[in-house]
Write a protein that binds this ligand. Structure first.
Ligand code: B12
Ligand code: SF4
Length: 524
């Protein structure tokens, strides 16, 4: 049978669907003759989802449906779909004023309704497309993957139609094998109703593939809506420069989804890919790596890439990425500025070295500060987002003061208006050390549903345990009341007013060997 592959990117905020683009490109490199089509529901208005999907299936009549699902979890600290989920949750859990609690409950209901509505809508779209494709090809197969599926693959078996293949992590080799009609047993996947997800499947290593520059001439041919992402000036188009992260941060799942082994895409290929986008008018790039510089030993790779960008003559570009700022050198800082890095996110989580160590993040906060000074000296004058998640483990008033002191130090380096404190609370994710810690400490029970947004589960998954949970609840509510448009800075201000700050040296020194450090280590 002639194979025809239809990629359906499920509805999503307009983030460039780099996952399906790479999959389609890979399949084309392996099987030049197979017909493919990309259909992106991210570019379609919600009312038209069904009809547009029907049309895509009718026109293309696929034999293989590849559904890509990017995100499910919406614990964002900022206005998300259907409202600000964090604010609504905190109003229900922590507000003293019954009217505010009621407002939170109504808001929470709206958020939950939007969340469950989107889940059921996506499952409905998958069923609909499969049924429709089977009208033309009764043997048509469906495979589902992407970031959201990688995180919640175990739950998917109860929600998808029998026979659907559920994939974890990268999909290149799985699709290749499916199209070659080879055995897929060795891949990180299972078939709903036929096989069970293997125990700890997500911890299995991905099959390394040699990544060459994506062929955008081809992508443009199979994707009529590609232009959509070229029209706006402020889109940051994804380009991946490596896969994998070697770290062990207690709440993070990237390190298992992508694997701990870092695989670098050849710098020449990355530049070739950027060049194709650049020639189509794209000047903003997001390096979609879990971490752009995962560890010291990858500094030279980052230098090589940035130097090649300079040599390519693409001088008027901007780029952004997640950056572990403990892995910078003055040379790298120079190149970052020269190549147009104009935004980056540092996920230090806390400004207390003691807590950073307990969360097993491997960051040296003193080095981060020094490297930030080097970056500033190199001429960086744009925005830095510093991600703080309070109350992950063993937070005390002292460690909060240390975080305030640390943040003030970053402000001294970059300027108050250039450092944005992004206040998150961790959304507990499956297969993380923090999940095991929560099991051990009876906070959640094995078998809980990590996708649940029911208030009693959500309260535990939105990680903000007592004794400090209510304190943070109150602080955040006050910040939303006083200055909702500058929430992060307001939280820092209130914390400083209430608790004061400390000398920066206190934040940077961590006493060794506390009980809960051992507890979290013991669950690994
Ligand atoms: C970079 C990134 C961002 C950047 C994106 C920048 C940009 N312009 O592209 C920024 C910072 C903006 C961002 C934002 C958010 N993100 Co984000 N992000 C990532 C990250 C680190 C990489 C994603 C990526 O592009 N990878 C590179 C591409 C090539 O990989 P990919 O798309 O995953 O596709 C591969 C595989 O998934 C697979 N695949 C994909 N589809 C399919 C389909 C089939 C059938 C198969 C077999 C395989 C397959 O093969 C592809 C190629 O190998 C992932 C975590 C991670 N390490 O994966 C989180 C991740 C995707 N983000 C996530 C979330 C939740 C968000 C937010 C919603 C957070 C929030 N609450 O605000 C926001 C908003 C996003 C939105 N839609 O509006 C979650 C989604 C899962 C979930 N928990 O629901 C992830 C998985 C992180 C996590 N563990 O929680 N994000
Ligand atoms: S460095 Fe970042 S991507 Fe890597 S494990 Fe830690 S939080 Fe996750």
């Amino acid at each position: 049978m002639e194979q025809r592959v239809l990629y359906v990117r499920l509805p999503c905020n307009p983030i460039f669907p780099i996952g399906v683009v790479y999959l389609a490109d890979h399949i084309h490199k392996v099987f030049a003759d197979i017909e493919q089509r990309i259909f992106d529901l991210g570019t379609i208005a919600p009312l038209d989802f069904n009809t547009a999907l029907d049309r895509a299936v009718d026109e293309f009549q696929p034999t293989l449906l590849v559904f890509s699902w990017r995100d499910i979890q919406i614990y964002a600290p900022v206005g998300g779909r259907g409202g600000n989920p964090l604010q609504n949750a905190f109003e229900v859990y922590y507000a003293k004023n019954p009217l505010i609690r009621l407002r939170g409950a109504l808001g929470g209901f709206k958020v939950a309704a939007a969340y469950y509505g989107e889940l059921w809508r996506n499952f409905g779209l998958i069923r609909r497309a499969i049924a429709r494709a089977k009208r033309y090809n009764p043997q048509a197969q469906a495979v589902v993957g992407g970031g959201a599926v990688s995180v919640f693959y175990e739950q998917m078996q109860h929600l998808l139609p029998k026979g659907t293949i559920v994939s974890v992590g990268e999909g290149e080799t799985l699709l290749e094998k499916l199209l070659k009609q080879e055995d897929i047993v060795g891949e990180r996947c299972y078939i709903v109703g036929e096989t069970e997800p293997r125990d700890r499947m997500i911890h299995e290593w991905p099959t390394p593939i040699e990544k060459a520059a994506c062929n955008y001439d081809y992508i443009q041919k199979i994707w009529s809506e590609f232009e959509y992402y070229l029209q706006e000036d402020d889109f940051y188009i994804g380009v991946q420069t490596k896969r994998g992260c070697p770290h062990n941060c207690c709440y993070c799942i990237y390190t298992v989804v992508e694997g701990k082994q870092v695989r670098i895409n050849p710098a020449d290929e990355v530049v070739k890919e950027m060049r194709q986008l650049y020639d189509r008018g794209i000047h903003n790039f997001w390096f979609t790596d879990a971490q752009f510089i995962p560890a010291k030993k990858y500094i030279n790779d980052a230098i090589e890439l940035l130097q090649k960008i300079v040599d390519s003559g693409m001088t008027d570009i901007h780029w952004a990425a997640y950056i572990r700022a403990d892995n910078l050198t003055p040379e790298l800082c120079d190149l970052m500025v020269k190549t147009g890095m104009n935004y980056f996110e540092i996920g230090i989580t806390s400004g207390s070295q003691e807590l950073v160590r307990k969360m097993r993040m491997g960051y040296n906060l003193r080095t981060v500060l020094q490297n930030c000074r080097d970056l500033k000296a190199a001429g960086f004058n744009d925005l830095v987002s510093v991600n703080y998640s309070f109350n992950v483990i063993d937070e005390t008033f002292d460690t909060i003061r240390q975080t305030v002191a640390y943040h003030r130090e970053l402000e001294k380096i970059f300027g108050v208006d250039k450092v944005e404190p992004a206040i998150f609370f961790i959304g507990l994710q499956p297969h993380t050390h923090l999940e095991e810690y929560a099991f051990k400490n009876d906070i959640i029970k094995p078998g809980y549903n990590p996708m649940s947004l029911m208030p009693w589960t959500a309260k535990k998954l939105l990680w903000n345990p007592e004794p400090l949970g209510s304190f943070f609840g109150e602080i955040c509510l006050q910040a939303w009341r006083q200055n909702p448009n500058d929430f992060g800075r307001e939280v820092m201000k209130i914390l400083e007013e209430r608790l004061g700050s400390v000398d920066i040296e206190e934040a940077l020194t961590a006493p060794i060997n506390s009980t809960s450090n051992r507890q979290l280590s013991a669950v690994s």
